[in-house]
Design a binder for this molecule. Sequence first.
Ligand SMILES: Cc1ncc(COP(=O)(O)O)c(C=O)c1O
Length: 438
Amino acid sequence: MNTLVLDSAQLHAGITDPTIESLGFLNEAGSRYPDAVSFAAGAPHTSFLDDVDIPECLDRFTGYLVQERGLTPVAARRLLQEYGPSRGIINDLVARALTLDHGLAVDASSIVVTAGCQEAMLLAVRALCTGPGDLLAVVDPSFVGIVGAARLLDVPVVPVPETADGIDLDELRRLCRGARSAGRRVRALYVAPDYANPSGTVLDRAARLALLDLAEQEDLLLLEDIAYGFTAPPGQDLPPLKALDAGGRVILLGTFAKVCLPGARVGFAVADQRVRDARTGQVRSLARAMAELKTMVTVNTSPIAQGVVGGMLLRHGGSLAGLGRAKAALYRRNLALLLEALDRQVAAAVPEVSWNRPTAGFFVRLRLPVEVDMALLERSAREYRVLWTPMAPFYLGGDGARQLRLSCSYLEPGEIDEGAGRLARFLKDVVADAGTTA
Ligand SMILES: Cc1ncc(COP(=O)(O)O)c(C=O)c1O
């Protein structure tokens, strides 16, 4: 049988997109160098996965369906076994968690439960952007998932530079006005205001309010990703943009991957904006409209996976923050250990390298005096057995060429120390080599 060869130039550009490719490379490098210390992926610590008793979670959730929703035991079981509503089956529990954790009064009908936050991003961008005239702005640098989703949908993406304490709002305003005068519009901005991936930046309260004001003035929607908000040190958590959102500008995007388990692939969007049907005049929530689009993407989020997440939430009194508290403490401990190990092992050995000092989140950003690319990562993995993530793929604007990202969320203290030592040796040699060839 002949094998048909397809020319990638004749396929969708996403297939050869360097951002998407770089993630594939990272996954593959992890399995090629199993003895490497990996500071690469922002994955949850495996000890928390071992604690999850999946049958117990499902029992607890079906018990809830019977006792609180009045289903018969057979109907409760069927709800997990059959196709389900595309909007989800744990919307009430998600709404309750948002109320408990953030004081957000959200109606379950304003929520769509998605196959991870990734699908929530895809659906939000698809619903909002109607054609090439609609631009998606993203804080630069941003999580690659949002840029990747926009690229899959052929939605043009424009960068808004990050500043030390937030976003360059002047540039965002300039972009909005420039687009308008060219007959286009910046439809939405993607922003992760709490310990962003990859930069670790936090928007303070004033920055949040200023961004909401700008969204109102420039008729912009905000896609707020709260993935790492739960890691905030006690007493330092800030209200989500959605909790300050008097004008209904914010679509909240959430994930259960970091707090429950990534393998469940459950996330959600809160989209309480109203949509009026131009033909029938009927009004429904944007979440319901997104759920309709979802029927053509994943049909519905696995009810079994939702049941596991629902059971975990119920076990912790319905609070996502309650579920995440012990985990957040471990992540902050690891971050402190990483910063301490960098200070002790890298600072003296390679004074040309510097880094930020986030107090929460999963990531530390290193600035190097040399360019960082995939070839350098390959060398780091092969010769020094340490993996990290180049920052360039997170940037649209071309910055980040001399930066790398470290994540320590799933490492043990000894591995963090060993990894920092390997990194110090690697960086020392790389900087010395650059000095000799300069
Ligand atoms: C900022 C951010 N949002 C969303 C996600 C993905 O969430 P999910 O696994 O639910 O698709 C990640 C995963 O790393 C992330 O860092």
